[in-house]
Write a new protein. Sequence first.
Length: 146
Amino acid sequence: MVSVDELRGMIGKEAKVEVTQIEKGMIKKAAEAIGDPNPLWQDEKRARKTKYGGIIAPPGLLITAMMSGSRPEGSMPFQRLLAGGGEWEFLLPIRAGDVITSTTALADVYEREGKAGKMLFFIFETIHKNQLDEVVAKSRSTLINY
């Protein structure tokens, strides 16, 4: 088993990059799946009249696309995992045709005692950029190994 100190040595190391091509059909299906009638995601004619100048993706689309997540490579002790929560900050609209590059790094790791023994908490931070190298979103997630 890897020690917590060894795991802390992995903080800041980036995982492999994930790339997601955002397509108009993907945006439409995501909006339909959540039952959101907002014309910004579905009605090209009405969306063109807004400050965005066309259809944009609902924020949840990026969350869904990134659910698989990435982790720094190496010997991390993931045996039984529990999702410990997540936070998202959306900075710019995502449009059909955008190519989103998401890079995840381990931001923190710590240990706590639980009812069943020691638990390891892994905090991952991800930066999501479009093809223009603009940060469109930032996310932070917690995984618990128990």
